[in-house]
Design a protein. Structure first.
Lengths: 262, 607
């Protein structure tokens, strides 16, 4: 789990970002939230977030100053700016400081997740892409890097292994659920969830989603196939919901991915 | 010097005046002096010549008297007898009577009788041979004269002719006695009559006739002086003349004084009349001093006149300069008051006219500017800070999400997106962006009209990157939703795009020529009630004047034609099966046009 800090002076916005974003899906965890740059800097020293999502216009210490100080202290930190300002000057300064991405408020659903995914896995992906050209294994590697799943061989808990195997064979069913998996294995829903979370560091539902999107990416390597066919084949009935989820994890829409890749 | 002159009117005037004045004074002064001197010299020369002539005549009259006396003596029998002795002609014999020896008394009485008129001037001697027999100057010692040279010799050579000569016995550089001799008798020895005019006598005769500052010299033909009078007493003038003649030069060369030489008849005597220079160096100096003084007075007058003149001309100029400076500093109330009616006066009234008009114009200008600024401020006040709008819409989105109202979240985020692209100053966007705008717009309208229609977009990837004018599709879709699909539950809008004359290869695109330009077609089809006749008519009207402020459907065609020309635009159709097909024809381009070149048309659009 990647530790994340959210910085915005508006409470509704801050809470909205924290609650509306599927952090588990993109393997992230919110560890701190701050209402201005000064507070954020203090919290960052305590919680050491690797990703900071910050507004620019804030009282006391603004986003630009925060990013500058933060990156001076922790150069490995990634910073994403959220701002209503689309002025060139802000963007230029952000780039100069070393800010990783810049989203315009209000952003569309899934845009933030896509940005995080691009950011956290994009650099190594691009490097792999550049080195390995169009080779098939590199495509597989890219999927593994973007949406990593714990390898089956390392799973020690039998029940969890059973659940993973069940998902692998039934992910195409749109009505798959934690209850059904638990029933099949013979455990209570709560028990399985706890076991799974402990073993896999991620929830069962999140694992399922990630698995489905990995499958979708593989299928979309075939340029002939239609996006709605892929959605259906990986267990999604609502194509919009599929596209949204796909975009959150891959950073681009399914059709864009099919045409251009990541 | 040049700049010293160039910067002052006064100095220029002064220099010009000075030059003119100096030329006049100096040349005029010289000419006057020269003319005056020439005239004076002529007058004096005439005067001198008159004097000379008078003196010459005086001498000549003396000589004439002497000649008369000689003639008298020559015809006297007694004297002949006395000088020739027994030998003589009849008349003398008759006159002398019978006595052979002539009484001395008789001789003297005859002599005195003949020499009565001249005796007070000269002594008369009768010589027989070289010895003096008789003389009218009793006190004087007996004098002999040489026979073999000088006067007696000359007289004996020229019997019957009067010889004028100086006394060889007592000649000096200062003067000598004049001897007038004629051989009259030819006895055993030759007999001569000798008239001796001493130097003193000549001086007595002439001194009263010579002007005080003049000089007079009487010489024989060899320029040996008989007497030198007045200014000529020092002998320098005579020496100079002699020297000049010896050197074959003009006899006046190098002379300070004026010298006039006159021959006295055929006597061989010369008279030299000498006058001092008409104007001596002192007088010349005085003349030059006067010229110099005139020049100085001229300089003073010139500078005076120049400064007056320049003040007369430059004072108004200074006033003008100051006034100009004031105007330049922004004081448009500057007026020039000159009580003159010449060109300066006209200039002043022209200037006043100009400043008052300038002021009126400026005031007008300021008023216009103020109005413009007021309008601008009003406009700015009317505009909300867009960031406030975006931030508020963002907050609305999150509040809606937290309150579980996803429609409100969608409405606010779509509205923010539409706002962003419509406020943006970009005039051209990618087709992709325009389609995104249409999608956002439709998302909002779907919520507003309860999902009564759906939108499908079928545009190939490469066409998404085409560049099109901003906001050309949204008004069409808006028209479809509001007018076409009104009251319908299953409305459908479809946007398609395809390219014509388009080739992937650039070569064929290049050789395609003007008529085969690649064209982008975009169709918007709805299944509504069909476009109204009024709107059809509006679409055909492409006059820029009919453009209204907001970029509604009626303006789409006009905008495209303004940007791309009359070959492009919009057409509407009402197909038989119902609904409307809007057909946009645009140039196929993936490059942003040069906005500078389009600036003019963009302005037309705004106005």
């Amino acid at each position: 789990m990647i530790p994340v800090m959210i910085v915005d002076d508006e409470k509704f916005v801050r809470r909205g970002i924290i609650e509306d974003t599927d952090w588990a899906l993109i393997d992230c965890e919110v560890v701190a939230e701050a209402s201005n740059g000064a507070e954020a800097l203090e919290l960052a020293r305590q919680t050491k977030p690797l990703l900071v999502i910050s507004d620019i216009n804030m009282p006391k210490v603004n986003g630009l100053q925060l990013a500058e100080k933060l990156l001076a202290e922790y150069p490995e930190t990634k910073v994403i700016f959220l701002s209503a300002y689309d002025e060139f000057e802000y963007a230029r300064q952000a780039v100069r400081i070393g800010v990783s991405d810049y989203l315009l408020k209000p952003y569309d659903d899934g845009e933030l997740e896509a940005s995080v995914q691009r950011l956290l896995h994009g650099i190594s992906l691009n490097a792999a892409h550049g080195a390995g050209a169009n080779a098939a294994p590199s495509a597989g590697n890219r999927i593994d890097e973007l949406i990593p799943l714990k390898p089956k061989g390392t799973i020690r808990n039998r029940y969890v292994l059973n659940a993973v195997e069940y998902i692998e064979s039934h992910y195409q069913d749109s009505d798959i659920s934690v209850g059904r998996i638990a029933g099949t294995i013979g455990l209570s829903e709560g028990h399985l969830s706890r076991l799974f979370k402990t073993e896999m560091d991620t929830g069962l539902n999140t694992y399922l989603t990630r698995y489905r999107i990995r499958q979708a990416m593989r299928e979309l390597n075939d340029v002939q196939i239609k996006v709605y066919e892929v959605a259906e084949s990986v267990g999604y009935q609502d194509i919009a919901y599929f596209s949204n989820t796909f975009k959150k994890l891959v950073g681009v829409t399914p059709s864009d991915y099919q045409i251009r890749g990541i | 010097m040049r700049s010293w002159l160039a910067h002052s009117f006064k100095r220029q005037l002064f220099v010009v005046f000075l030059a003119v004045m100096l030329i006049l004074v100096i040349s005029g002064g010289f000419l006057t002096v020269q003319g005056f001197r020439t005239r004076l010299r002529q007058d004096y020369a005439r005067n001198d010549l008159l004097l000379d002539k008078e003196i010459t005549e005086h001498i000549m009259s003396l000589l004439d008297e002497v000649q008369e006396a000689i003639d008298g003596i020559a015809g006297d029998g007694i004297l002949r007898q006395a000088m020739e002795g027994g030998t003589g002609n009849n008349s003398s014999t008759e006159a002398a009577g019978t006595g052979s020896a002539i009484n001395t008394k008789v001789v003297y009485s005859a002599l005195y009788q003949h020499t009565q008129t001249v005796r007070n001037r000269c002594a008369v001697d009768l010589y027989l041979g070289n010895s003096r027999l008789y003389t009218t100057s009793p006190g004087a010692a007996a004098k002999s004269l040489p026979l073999d040279y000088s006067v007696l010799w000359e007289a004996s050579e020229n019997p019957g002719r009067t010889i004028y000569s100086l006394d060889p016995g007592e000649a000096s550089e200062q003067g000598a006695s004049l001897l007038i001799v004629q051989q009259l008798w030819n006895g055993t020895e030759k007999g001569y009559v000798v008239f001796r005019v001493s130097e003193e006598n000549i001086k007595d005769l002439l001194s009263s006739r010579v002007n005080a500052r003049d000089g007079f010299i009487l010489t024989n033909r060899f320029l040996r002086p008989l007497c030198q009078l007045g200014a000529a007493e020092d002998g320098e003038d005579l020496a100079l003349v002699r020297k000049n003649l010896m050197n074959r030069q003009d006899y006046t060369a190098g002379a300070k004084n004026n010298i006039y030489i006159t021959e006295l008849g055929d006597t061989g005597l010369l008279s030299l009349y000498i006058t001092p220079p008409v104007l001596d160096s002192f007088a010349v100096n005085v003349e030059y001093r006067i010229i110099f003084l005139l020049a100085i007075i001229g300089v003073i007058l010139c500078s005076l006149v120049a400064s007056r003149m320049s003040a007369w001309a430059s004072k108004p100029i200074a006033i003008f300069t100051q006034a100009m400076q004031d105007v330049r500093n922004g004081d448009l109330d500057t007026r020039i008051t000159l009580h003159r009616e010449d060109e300066f006066g006209q200039l002043a009234s022209g200037f006043n006219d100009m400043t008052s008009r300038l002021k009126e114009y400026m005031e007008e200008q300021v008023l216009t500017e103020r109005k413009l600024n007021e309008t601008r401020i009003a406009m700015m006040q009317a505009q909300l800070n867009p960031h406030f709008l975006y931030n508020t819409l963002d907050t609305i989105k999150w509040v809606a999400k937290s309150r579980q109202v996803p429609e409100v979240a969608t409405l606010s985020s779509r509205l923010a997106s539409i706002l962003r692209s419509s406020i943006s100053r970009q005039e051209f966007v990618l087709l992709e962006q325009e389609l995104k705008l249409v999608e956002n717009y439709c998302d909002i309208q779907k919520i507003r009209f309860d999902d009564s229609f759906d939108l499908s977009i079928d545009v190939s990837d490469e066409l998404l990157k085409c560049v099109v004018p901003k906001l050309i599709l949204q008004p069409i879709v808006e028209n479809s939703i509001i007018h076409g699909l009104e009251g319908q539950d299953n409305g459908h809008i479809e946007i398609k795009a395809f390219a014509e004359n388009f080739s992937e290869s650039e070569d064929t695109a290049d050789t395609a020529g003007e008529s085969n330009q690649p064209i982008l077609h975009i169709t918007v089809t709805d299944n509504g009630c069909g476009i109204s006749d009024e709107m059809l008519r509006l679409l055909e009207d492409t006059d820029p004047e009919s453009l209204t402020g907001h970029l509604g459907l009626a303006n789409v065609g006009t905008i495209i034609k303004l940007y791309h020309g009359a070959d492009y635009g919009i057409h509407a159709e009402r197909p038989a099966e119902g609904g409307t097909i809007m057909h946009l024809i645009l140039p196929y381009t993936t490059e942003l046009p040069d906005t500078a070149a389009l600036y003019g048309t963009a302005n037309t659009l705004q106005s």
